[in-house]
Design a protein around this ligand. Structure first.
Ligand code: GTR
Length: 341
């Protein structure tokens, strides 16, 4: 089944349909934009990264008719007179430096990094009464295609982008969204729905992220819906043990980012995420890039081996040796991919 038939409709139309399918059937529709977004710098550390890249802690405030909601972000921008390409990193933790984010090295490489902790947006559990979820649902029952938690974390990444657009030190044409694991799933959804990001990176996002579901090893839709039902909308449960009946698969999510860049990183020992299914998804999503006359994933004609890196096309990929982790090595590959463009 082709993802897109260019004779039928143009890419913008097909891309909207794909996003609609993914939101309706899997993640739920993202919450609406707030009526107003404002912010306040609450802390400044001018000595951070030896003073090369001062750190600001900023509180973003989103006003809705039903109430206001705040979440903190960390902003680290190299101190020099130029515009920096930047990452928005959806992180597991709320402070810097962090084991999943080598801020100094990122900044030394000429990138700024804005990060936030996903749990500051809404908790990672079935409680839909706190944070953004509390404002949106406000005691109302969730409909089958209403936002799951991933869609809410993704909404927050777009608010960080709203704030980034007000900063003159950033090169807004080179904004990358990045996350690891459940937050890699969130990063891909953000890349698909928010065209202000010129690249979306998934680090080991696996099931319901970069990995194709049909034939997937390790975690399945059944496993993920049983353990983390609240990450998704209720409609997603329809596909438990029915992968081959799905009117989409995860390569649609990668393709919805085209013609912007996508990067998928796998780890050899991360069998729960399944590196092979992550790789196959990149191969399948290449269809859309190729129909646009662009390169998708440029790869060898065999499954990747640990240490292999594919950076030539608009879909980047690497397979790192080792375990499920967001390592410095992953970041350095992403930086190298982004620098060559
Ligand atoms: C696992 C989950 C995966 C992955 C991971 C993570 O337990 O099964 O889908 O997202 O958590 O986020 O670390």
């Amino acid at each position: 089944m082709p993802i897109w038939n260019p004779q039928d409709k143009d890419w913008n139309e097909r891309r909207s349909e794909i996003i609609n399918i993914l939101c309706n059937e899997e993640y739920g529709f993202l919450p609406p934009k707030p009526e107003k977004l404002s912010w306040e710098v609450v802390e400044e550390d001018n000595r951070f990264c030896a003073g090369k890249a001062p750190l600001k802690k900023v509180l973003l405030k989103a006003d809705f008719k039903s109430g206001s909601f705040f979440f903190p972000i960390c902003v680290c921008i190299p101190k020099a007179q130029k515009k920096y390409p930047f990452f928005v990193h959806i992180n597991f933790r709320d402070n810097v430096p962090d084991k999943y984010m080598p801020s100094e090295e990122i900044c030394d490489n000429g990138f700024a990094v804005l990060s936030f902790c996903y749990k500051d947006v809404t908790s990672d559990d079935n409680d839909f009464s706190n944070g953004l979820a509390g404002i949106i649902y406000n005691g109302k029952a969730r409909k089958d295609n209403d936002s799951g938690k991933i869609a809410m974390w993704s909404w927050a990444a777009s608010r960080v982008m709203d704030y980034a657009q007000t900063l003159t030190e950033l090169d807004l044409t080179r904004a990358t969204i990045v996350g690891h694991s459940r937050l890699g799933k969130t990063s891909l959804l953000t890349g698909a729905t928010d065209e202000r990001f010129s690249c979306a990176i998934s680090n080991e996002s696996g099931c319901s992220g970069a990995a194709i579901s049909r034939g997937k090893q390790g975690e399945t839709i059944k496993n993920i819906c049983n353990r983390f039902p609240y990450w998704f909308c209720d409609n997603y449960k329809k596909y438990i043990d029915k992968e081959f009946d799905m009117p989409f698969d995860q390569h649609f999510l990668l393709a919805a980012i085209a013609p912007r860049k996508v990067y998928v990183a796998s780890a050899e020992e991360d069998l729960w995420a399944d590196p092979v299914s992550e790789f196959l998804s990149c191969v399948a999503a290449s269809e859309v890039f190729e129909k646009m006359g662009l390169d998708g994933l440029i790869h060898n004609d065999n499954l990747p081996e640990a240490g292999e890196v594919f950076h030539k096309g608009n879909i980047g990929y690497h397979l790192r040796a080792g375990l499920h982790f967001f390592s410095r090595e992953d970041w350095l590959h992403f930086i190298e991919f982004l620098k060559q463009k």
